[in-house]
Write a protein of this length. Structure first.
Length: 289
């Protein structure tokens, strides 16, 4: 990890923290919830042997600023687009997990001229979740609803961040011991800082805008953009839907992979398998030209 460089720049009006390594065509790694750039610690080194890898903290997360607005996925995708502009990057492969895959989805739709390929890790699109909401879905997606409430989640969780994170992370992994105490401590520190909870929850509170954006261009696919949909085969929410069918409806040029003995965090639970899959996918489609 010593080769990683930490930087801060202002992009789209927000001071963004990002971590960078390697040289070559650019790959941007977008983390999910409840993580930060650190979620990609296993992938950054191997990918950096071939690519310029950039892993930002998304708006509201980690060491990036936490404004009160701008958490709809179009704005968050524009954060990433402007970061690339500031850095002088013209073409990019996008890899996103969970919330980062939602940002990535909007990025690919809004900025197809910049994107060479897109990998979405363990993500059920917002539109699919809310258009199929019922008691079973609500139980599985309880955090969507709870964290979308104004103010109350912060009041209940502040001072108990470690308990909250440990419950989520251990329940979302196939092996409840998959994440070490050190890893849980890193995330606890990030979400215990001023605004750390609010930023993440504002991401969820933007669901109405996100849904509206997704419905507005629902018939628009990713076209010829190659897409890899990868998910944890043992994540309960993923078992409730047909992940391949969901993503094939959006991505005509689709590859899929279910990672065995993995829950919602395949890049952390089965990092070698995920890194291998990403290297293969990027090697096929991402030249950066």
């Amino acid at each position: 990890m010593s080769s990683l460089e930490h930087h801060r720049v202002r992009a789209n009006g927000v001071k963004m923290h990002y971590v960078e390594a390697g040289e070559g065509p650019c790959v941007v790694l977008l983390h999910g919830f409840p993580e930060t750039w650190y979620a990609w610690r296993h992938q950054m080194g191997p990918l950096a042997a071939h690519y310029r890898v950039i892993a930002p903290d998304l708006r509201g997360y980690g060491a990036t600023e936490k404004p009160s607005t701008g958490y709809d996925k179009r704005t968050m995708a524009n954060d990433v687009r402007d970061l690339l502009r500031v850095l002088g990057i013209e073409k990019v492969a996008i890899v996103g997990h969970d919330r980062g895959a939602r940002v990535g989805t909007r990025f690919v739709k809004d900025h197809p001229d910049v994107t060479t390929c897109f990998a979405a890790l363990d993500n059920i699109p917002t539109k699919v979740i809310f258009e199929n909401m019922n008691a079973e879905v609500a139980q599985a997606a309880w955090f969507f609803l709870f964290q979308g409430v104004r103010d109350l989640p912060e009041a209940l969780i502040q001072g108990r961040e470690e308990l909250w994170l440990r419950s989520i992370l251990t329940n979302w992994t196939y092996n409840p011991q998959a994440l070490s105490e050190e890893v849980i401590s890193v995330y606890t520190k990030a979400y215990s800082q001023p605004g750390g909870l609010r930023g993440a929850f504002e991401d969820y509170r933007a669901w109405r805008e996100d849904l509206s954006q997704d419905q507005a261009d629902a018939i628009k696919t990713f076209g010829s953009c190659p897409v890899l949909s990868l998910w944890g085969a043992d994540y309960d929410a993923a078992k409730m839907v047909d992940m391949e069918a969901i993503w094939r409806a959006m991505a005509p040029e689709l590859q899929t992979l279910a990672i065995a003995q993995s829950g919602h965090l395949p890049h952390e639970e089965q990092p070698d398998q995920v890194t291998k899959a990403l290297l293969k996918f990027l090697g096929e489609f991402h030249t950066g030209k």
